[in-house]
Design a protein around this ligand. Structure first.
Ligand code: UDX
Ligand code: UDX
Ligand code: ADP
Length: 464
């Protein structure tokens, strides 16, 4: 079976870039990305490529090449489903905020709505691909809905988890370590797998396309994210020990990373990991383990989250204790709000909890981030419900300029590792601050020797 028409439901951080690259690499396939959010679709269609709703290096070029040729963005979900022979589901699956599994399980309501809509609209056979990160066995739930509400149409369900990292999405999509496709072991299942393999084979070498059963594929995605997050929590645990013992976490990272069994990537100590996946996927893993009664397995993975929360907490504690045990009324400047550099995404960003803690201490927080808009920052804080929306706007201010943001402040805290922070005129920043002027580098990116020579008092994660 040759795929001619793809529909992707969900035009977010995963669906948008992924399908843009599929369209770029497969000019003979028509790709339509649909979303219920009309403003988001309008932004994807905006003439001005700077207004794309997702900021990713290189994405504008990909969209420019394919949009209008074989890549379309639309709110007409029914039409796109009807026309497609393959449908990707790429909607959000946040952690549940209510009911059973609250705070742990993935909320599958958006997925279920999609499945019901596909069942209702479809008149011809379809391959449905789950692209969102989902708990193991979701595919079988989707299958159940489709088979029991569809009108005689045959559906094949595939799991095709996305491993792209934000900030490097386009590169990761163009040159993936591997593409994973899980499907039924039946003949029809194998045919569906082959159809998707053929799509990727347009640009991914065959030996990097792995096929498995559906459950292995679903579990591999959760496992990959759990392992990656665990590495960050492990090095962050060492960072606290380094600070106490006088070791340097960067030296430790380098020394262990040269062991080929460990490897050098993902060993950068930080103020804590963020992003839409790590915490959600681990909580999900913990929930699944508990569901099967595997308490020890659940506890093991939960520790990764506990460590991460501790890392964020101790960063704000460090700021308060260093500033003579009070930050009340003091201006503290945040450089960065995104959960990592080169993205405008802030989901689960460490900056949110650190800011919330400091606002509880009555600090005045002033934020500069090169890509995150003001409304996003306030929405992140308001979501916590710690204080009134008015109070959040009174205590936290947002600046378009780093020098403006740091003027008259007592301390600078680096929350995101944006490259531009390294190139600032730090003398100028120092001159306009209260003295003693402090820098808290939560990402270990600044040249501390240089800052000290200017007169800054410096703290860097993981340096004793
Ligand atoms: C280890 C370190 O590898 C070595 O660098 C250090 O100097 C001493 O400790 P060793 O204990 O000799 O070396 O053997 P190793 O190969 O690391 O295995 C340790 C244990 O882990 C064994 O019981 C091995 O069977 C087990 N293991 C290892 C697994 O169960 N799974 C694996 O994937 C790897
Ligand atoms: C992650 C996975 O990498 C990706 O494969 C999956 O598809 C989605 O989840 P993402 O969340 O976009 O991607 O970014 P990632 O680069 O993994 O970083 C996650 C968080 O860990 C960030 O907050 C980052 O700053 C932090 N991190 C990462 C560290 O603190 N230290 C490191 O060494 C690496
Ligand atoms: P991700 O990081 O998984 O891509 P996002 O939140 O960035 O998550 O994107 C998910 C997108 O899915 C959102 O734009 C949301 O509006 C869209 N969406 C959610 N439910 C539906 C639905 N039933 N039909 C169409 N789009 C949906």
């Amino acid at each position: 079976m040759k795929i001619k028409n793809i529909c992707c439901i969900g035009a977010g951080y995963v669906g948008g870039p992924t399908m843009a690259v599929v369209a770029q690499k497969c000019p003979n396939i028509k790709v339509t990305i649909v979303d219920i959010n009309a403003a988001r679709i309008a932004a994807w269609n905006d003439e001005d490529l700077n207004k794309l709703p997702v900021f990713e290096p290189g994405l504008d070029e990909v969209v420019k090449e394919a949009r209008g040729r074989n890549l379309f963005f639309s709110t007409d979900i029914d039409k796109a489903i009807d026309e497609a022979d393959m449908i990707f589901i790429s909607v959000n699956t946040p952690t549940k905020t209510y009911g059973k599994g609250k705070g742990m399980a993935a909320d599958l309501k958006y997925i279920e709505l999609c499945a019901r809509q596909i069942a209702q609209v479809s008149k011809t056979d379809k391959i449905v691909v789950e692209k969102s990160t989902l708990p193991v066995r979701t595919a079988s739930a989707i299958k159940n809905i489709l088979e029991n509400t569809g009108n005689g149409v045959n559906f094949q369900i595939l799991s095709n988890p996305e491993f792209l990292a934000e900030g490097t999405a386009v590169q990761d999509l163009l040159n993936p370590d591997r593409v994973l496709i899980g499907g039924d072991t039946t003949e029809a299942g194998q045919k569906a797998i082959q159809a998707l393999v053929d799509v990727y084979a347009n640009w991914v070498p065959n030996e990097r396309i792995l096929t498995t059963n559906v459950w292995s594929s679903e579990l591999s995605k959760l496992t990959a994210n759990a392992f990656l997050a665990q590495r960050v929590s492990s090095i962050n645990a060492m960072s606290e020990l380094c600070e106490k013992s006088g070791a340097d976490v960067n030296e430790v990272s380098k020394a262990i990373g040269m062991d080929s069994r460990i490897g050098s990537k993902f060993l950068k100590a930080s103020v804590g990991f963020g992003g839409s996946c790590f915490q959600k996927d681990i909580l999900n893993l913990v929930y699944i383990a508990k569901t099967y009664g595997l308490t020890k397995v659940a506890d093991y993975w939960e520790q990764v989250i506990i460590m991460n929360n501790h890392q964020k907490q101790r960063f704000s504690d460090k700021i308060v204790s260093t500033l003579f045990n009070t930050v009340s009324g003091k201006k503290i400047t945040f450089l960065g709000w995104a959960f990592k550099k080169d993205t405008n995404d802030t989901r689960e960003s460490a900056a949110i909890m650190v800011a919330d803690n400091l606002l509880n201490e009555q600090a005045k927080v002033s934020v500069y981030d090169p890509k995150v808009i003001e409304e996003r920052m306030y929405a992140d804080l308001d979501y916590l419900n710690t204080r009134t929306e008015a109070k959040n706007r009174e205590l936290l201010t947002v600046s378009q300029d780093p020098y403006e943001a740091s003027k008259d402040s007592h301390a600078i805290a680096v929350l995101t590792e944006w490259d531009e922070f390294k190139t600032y005129d730090w003398q100028k920043i120092y001159d306009n601050m209260h003295k003693p002027a402090f820098v808290f580098d939560g990402r270990g990116i600044l040249d501390v020797a240089h800052l000290r020579s200017i007169g800054f008092e410096c703290y860097t994660i993981g340096k004793g």
